[in-house]
Design a protein around this ligand. Structure first.
Ligand code: NAP
Length: 496
């Protein structure tokens, strides 16, 4: 993700204007409307604790209305020419790019990450629209002769049907476009439920879709404080054909169970616990560079965040010192400040959780190379932190940290390192630094993860299949695989 956009000063007036321009209702059947119960939900700035605005608080009745609209629009959307569907996505890509500054500022205000990173997410999120605008015309079927020659076998790809997408707060745009892009390309209609903490980016993006010419009912957006109440009637309705979820593993497990009654198709992008392996032959400077990205992207609040650093004992000191120096030099501040590199965590509760992991490790004997204490002030700021000599039983060695904390451990044997990396219920991404090609292949093959970053600290790419194994879920987003999640294969046998 590019984070090199030129920082610009943001005035309070500009903040107000950008927030005021966001539609705050529910998008159902092509129109904005209030929640059926008339309720609203406050959206806060995690850097100041102040409320930015209120948005509609959808109820179960709104969910049913949204599903009715998605079902009503499904047949026409599926019958819309693939090129036309692709062109809608292409216009959405262009409008998202045109509105990048406003979308980035909204994201920073509601989520906290520095503006340069929000700009990076807008560019990354928009790329899914461009990628799937190109994939819309490539849902190929097959024609073959049965082995006994008596019939012909025709396979065709058809849209799964109305889908429900639930997204988390940490990537408010990209997690939505990564689902809406392939769903629309495949000919599926959709209901999107963004996270309660970050609905503004999704609402502004819904307006992008409308301005790009979205037909009524093809995408609905429901914001709510009662995610469970909204989800239950949708999954209980067999007209809904697919659930696509990005979020935590415990919630994902519950949703898979709920979707079982109607056997809706399910894609799950869940939690991670990424190991970051640095072998003895690695370019240590490059490894530190990659570690800064893999750890600090999104303030550490990413499913792909490096969570456990495993470094060969011969280079561990150089690596830890280099990482601590780089992290200590990152300015912490509100994401709208031009030189901020580390914004606030999403809430003070989230910060307390991160600090509890650090404090427990330190009490058990871990050494703090930098950071380690929450920062004063109204926002949920936590400084970049590097820990070494973390005790074996410390929770920070096994739990997803979701903050700017890097625990560094050591190893001396390759097989032990891979075994330690695999000793987690999660399996989303692993990072590997080595200059030895054979070792790279051996280790990449041995890692039980859906993705491996080889000598690179970022794996996310719209043209690649993003996803995990084990408790990190199943299904892939992006790449040629992404659209398959929204397509069923039908086979027609033709007797001669
Ligand atoms: P979360 O609590 O699971 O929330 C994610 C989404 O699920 C939110 O929209 C939330 O709504 C909704 N939700 C919560 N309870 C629900 C229920 N009972 N029924 C239906 N929806 C429900 O996760 P989070 O804390 O926001 O996000 C962080 C997690 O996401 C981390 O574990 C991270 O690793 C994971 N993540 C994974 C990926 C990936 O691609 N693998 C990407 C990003 C994040 P509310 O906002 O209203 O609670």
């Amino acid at each position: 993700m590019s984070t090199d956009a030129t920082p610009a000063a943001v005035t309070p007036e500009r903040e107000r204007d950008v927030v005021a321009a966001v539609p705050t209702g529910l998008l159902v059947a092509g129109a904005w409307r209030d929640a059926s119960g008339g309720g609203t939900l406050a959206v806060d700035d995690p850097a100041t604790g102040r409320t930015l605005t209120e948005v509609a608080d959808a109820t179960a009745d709104d969910a049913r209305a949204a599903l009715d609209a998605a079902v009503a629009a499904q047949a026409d959307w599926a019958a819309t020419a693939p090129r036309e569907r692709g062109e809608l996505l292409r216009r959405a890509f262009e409008l998202t790019t045109e509105r990048a500054e406003d979308l980035a500022l909204l994201m920073t205000l509601e989520m906290g990450k520095p503006l340069a990173e929000s700009r990076g997410e807008v560019a990354y999120g928009a790329e899914f629209l461009r990628w799937f605008s190109e994939e819309a015309v490539r849902a190929y079927g097959r024609w073959s002769t049965a082995p006994n020659g008596a019939s012909r076998l025709l396979t065709m790809k058809q849209p799964v049907g109305p889908c429900f997408a639930i997204t988390p707060w940490n990537f408010p745009l990209a997690m939505a476009t990564r689902k809406i892009g392939p769903a629309l390309a495949a000919g599926c209609t959709m209901i999107l439920k963004p996270a309660a903490q970050t609905p503004l980016t999704a609402l502004a993006f819904a307006q992008v879709l409308l301005d790009a010419g979205l037909p009524d009912g093809v995408v609905q957006v429901l914001t709510t404080r009662s995610a469970g109440d909204l989800t239950a009637p949708l999954l209980a309705d067999a007209r809904l054909r697919k659930l696509t979820f990005t979020g935590s593993t415990p919630v994902g497990k519950r949703l898979v169970a709920q979707a079982a009654d109607n056997l809706q198709r399910v894609s799950m992008e869940l939690g991670g616990n990424a190991p970051f392996l640095v072998f003895r032959d690695a370019d240590v400077e490059a490894a530190v560079e990659g570690a800064v990205l893999a750890k600090m992207r999104n303030i550490g609040e990413a499913c792909t965040a490096a969570n456990r650093f495993l470094v060969h004992a011969d280079v561990a000191e150089d690596f830890s010192r280099g990482l601590a120096e780089r992290l200590a030099a990152m300015p912490v501040g509100r994401g709208t400040e031009p030189d901020s590199k580390v914004g606030p965590l999403i809430t003070r509760e989230a910060r307390a959780d991160v600090h509890a992991l650090v404090a427990e490790a330190v009490e058990g004997g871990a050494r703090v190379l930098t950071g380690g204490e929450p920062l004063d002030g109204p926002g949920a700021f936590y400084p970049p932190t590097v820990l070494t000599e973390v005790p074996r039983q410390a929770r920070i060695r096994t739990e997803e940290i979701f903050g700017p904390v890097a625990p560094v451990g050591t190893f001396t044997d390759d097989d032990d390192a891979v075994a330690t990396a695999n000793a987690t219920e999660y399996g989303l991404v692993a990072y590997v630094y080595t200059r030895d090609v054979s070792r790279a292949v051996r280790v990449a093959e041995g890692l039980q993860f859906g993705m491996v970053g080889l000598n690179q600290g970022v794996v996310s790419n719209p043209a690649a299949p993003f996803g995990g194994v084990k408790a990190s879920g199943f299904g892939r987003e992006g790449g040629a695989e992404g659209i398959e999640e929204y397509l069923d294969t039908k086979y027609v046998g033709l007797a001669l």
